[in-house]
Design a protein around this ligand. Structure first.
Ligand SMILES: C[S@@+](CC[C@H](N)C(=O)[O-])C[C@H]1O[C@@H](n2cnc3c(N)ncnc32)[C@H](O)[C@@H]1O
Length: 300
C-alpha cells in the first residue's frame, strides 16, 4: 500500500471502532512502543548514523587519555586486551579494519614470528543489536517512565531509548566531562533533547534521582572505572536509594557476578530476577553470549 491507500485503510479501520474507544486507540498508536517493530530499519539507521559521527570524533580505541583507571585495569588483565567499542564498530567493521591492518585480532608471542595468540576484546558500550534487544525484548512499554543510565559514556543507551522506546525521560549520569560534552553535541545535532538529559555527576550524589527512577541501567559501570572499595560504596548507595517498588533494574553482568567479585552479598529482599527470553533472532551481527549477560530485576 502507498501512503494514500494506507491513510484510507486507517480511516476505514477507525470508522469501525467503537467511538468511545477511538481516543484510547489513537493515544496507543502515538505513545506505545508496540508498533516500533514495524520501523526497525529506520531506527537502527539513525543509531548507525550517530555511531559514524562518533567514530569520526574519537580515537580508534574510543577511550580518553584521562581514563587512567580504565587504562591501568586493562593492562593488569592476564590476557592482552584491547577496547573495541561495540556501539561504534560491528563485526564487519572490525573485519575491514583488520584487513586494512589498522586493527588486529591477535598479538605476536615472539616478536617477528608467526606464533600469535588471540587478543581479548572488551567493549565499554552496548552494541546496536544489544540495545534493540534491551528495549524491544527485555523491557516493557516505557510510556510515562523515567530511565536512568548509570555511566552513559557515548550515550548509546540514551539514543537507543529515544528511538526504540516511549520513555518520558532518558537521563544519563557520567563522570567524564568530555563524554558529557560529546553526548550533548550529539543530542543537539540529532534533535534528541526533548527526552534526553545528561548530567556530569557521580551516581553517588544522585539519591533523589535514584529514588524517583523507574528503570535503572547498569552496563559494567564500575569494574573498569573504580577501585573495589569505591565500587562497594557505590553499590551500597544504589541499594539504599533505588527502592521504588516495581522499578526495574538492568545489569550486565548479573548482580550476583558483579557483587561476588567484590565479595559483597546481595541484600536479601531488595530485588527479584525476572525471566528474559534470549531466543530471539536479531540478525547475524548479534552475539548470543552478549545478550545472555543482560539481566533484568524488579525492586520488591
Ligand atoms: C562501561 S561504560 C557504560 C556505557 C554505557 N552505559 C553503555 O551501556 O553503552 C561505564 C561508564 O560509567 C562511567 N562511570 C563509572 N563510575 C561512575 C559513577 N560513579 N558515576 C557516573 N558514571 C560513572 C565511566 O566513566 C564510563 O564512561
Amino acid at each position: 500500500m502507498n501512503f494514500s491507500e494506507s491513510k484510507t485503510a486507517v480511516k476505514q479501520l477507525l470508522s469501525g471502532v467503537n467511538p468511545s474507544e477511538v481516543p484510547r486507540l489513537l493515544s496507543w498508536i502515538r505513545d506505545s512502543d508496540e508498533l516500533d517493530k514495524l520501523l526497525p530499519d529506520n531506527k537502527t539507521a539513525i543509531l548507525r548514523t550517530i555511531a559514524d559521527e562518533l567514530r569520526g570524533r574519537l580515537p580508534q580505541d574510543a577511550m580518553l587519555p584521562s581514563e587512567s583507571t580504565a587504562h591501568a585495569k586493562m593492562q593488569q588483565r592476564s590476557q592482552p586486551t584491547i577496547h573495541v567499542d561495540s556501539f561504534l564498530y560491528d563485526e564487519d567493521q572490525v573485519d575491514s579494519l583488520c584487513e586494512e591492518g589498522t586493527m588486529s585480532r591477535s598479538f605476536c608471542l615472539t616478536c617477528g614470528s608467526y606464533r600469535t595468540a588471540p587478543l581479548d576484546f572488551i567493549s565499554h558500550s552496548f552494541s546496536i543489536s544489544e540495545l534493540q534487544f534491551l528495549f524491544e525484548n527485555v523491557l516493557p512499554d516505557l510510556s510515562g517512565r523515567m530511565l536512568v543510565d548509570v555511566g552513559s559514556r557515548l550515550g548509546a543507551v540514551l539514543y537507543a531509548g529515544h528511538v526504540f522506546s516511549s520513555a518520558s525521560q532518558l537521563i544519563g549520569l557520567e563522570l567524564s566531562e568530555e563524554f558529557v560534552k560529546l553526548q550533548n553535541d550529539i543530542m543537539q545535532k540529532y534533535k534528541l533533547t526533548d527526552r534526553i538529559k545528561v548530567l556530569h555527576t557521580d551516581v553517588c550524589l544522585q539519591n533523589v534521582l535514584l529514588q524517583n527512577t523507574d528503570v535503572l541501567i547498569m552496563n559494567n559501570v564500575f569494574e573498569f572505572f573504580m577501585e573495589p572499595r569505591e565500587q562497594v560504596r557505590a553499590w551500597r548507595f544504589i541499594v539504599e536509594n533505588f527502592r521504588k517498588r516495581g522499578s526495574l533494574l538492568v545489569t550486565v553482568p548479573s548482580l550476583q557476578e558483579s557483587l561476588s567479585t567484590l565479595q559483597e552479598a546481595l541484600q536479601p529482599g531488595w530485588v527479584e530476577e525476572l525471566p528474559v527470553d534470549y531466543d530471539v533472532y536479531l540478525g547475524t551481527d548479534t552475539d548470543p553470549d552478549a545478550l545472555r549477560q543482560i539481566h533484568l530485576y524488579r525492586v520488591m
